[in-house]
Write a protein that binds this ligand. Structure first.
Ligand code: SF4
Length: 222
């Protein structure tokens, strides 16, 4: 019998990030996180008590939306061992499954059919020393197996931009998989990032959080 997972919220919304932006998506937001980023907009996932939920109940909820993409997010979903049976069950249901993860825990046990969107934490997050270097090699190996993963940098400043740019260039990440740069507003305006991306001729996608543009007043359930 699979252990229940601690869940912060389940919701149906528009995908606001990644190359899947704009598509309707089911979100399973798991509770708990092993990091404490300065800009965290999901503090409730690790500050508030969460309800245990059985795998069967989560699958029953997703079954109400046949064929819809589902994203497992957090918090940090990989802190709960029960996430793996959930991922396998969702893949077996024939859906597109996305996993959003903070990059500090090994991706080694994530099924190939799951599309990983991995954060690389920049210095201004306060968590850059928690990036797990072996994950880049795991993403390289997954890429050779035709997995279609993505990496995302949240940028709080021009200093973060240059740090991320140098890492992308050093690791040749943009030749491996889609790279997303997401500016943290208002301290780092999208126009500034756009100018920098063009000035440096980078093959990197500027990502705005679509859900924050659609529903600027809502902090949960979008
Ligand atoms: S990894 Fe995500 S959920 Fe965890 S503290 Fe950082 S921003 Fe918040």
């Amino acid at each position: 019998m699979t252990e229940p997972l601690l869940v912060s919220e389940l919701f149906y919304s528009i995908q606001g990030e990644s190359t899947w932006v704009g598509l309707p998506c089911l979100f399973i937001r798991l509770a708990g996180c092993n990091l404490r980023c300065r800009y965290c907009d999901a503090r409730y996932t690790w500050e508030e008590a969460a309800e245990p939920m059985a795998l069967a109940d989560m699958l029953a909820w997703t079954a109400q939306y046949p064929g819809t993409m589902v994203e497992i997010t957090g918090g940090e979903p990989l802190v709960q061992e029960g996430v793996y049976p959930l991922l396998l069950s969702l893949v077996a249901s024939g859906r597109q499954v996305l996993l959003e993860t903070n990059g500090s825990l090994s991706l080694g046990a994530v099924p190939d059919a799951v599309r990983i969107i991995m954060d690389i934490k920049c210095p201004d997050s306060g968590m850059a020393d928690r990036n797990l270097p072996e994950n880049l090699n795991l993403l390289r190996a997954r890429s050779r197996r035709q997995c279609r993963d993505e990496v995302k940098f949240v940028l709080s400043s021009i200093e973060d931009f240059h740090w991320a740019r140098q890492l992308v260039e050093r690791e040749q990440l943009d030749q491996l998989l889609p790279v997303l740069f997401s500016p943290l507003r208002p301290q780092f305006e999208p126009q500034t990032l756009a100018h920098l991306l063009l000035a440096h001729r980078l093959n990197i996608r500027l990502q705005l959080q679509l859900h924050t543009l659609l529903w600027p007043e809502q902090t949960r359930g979008v």
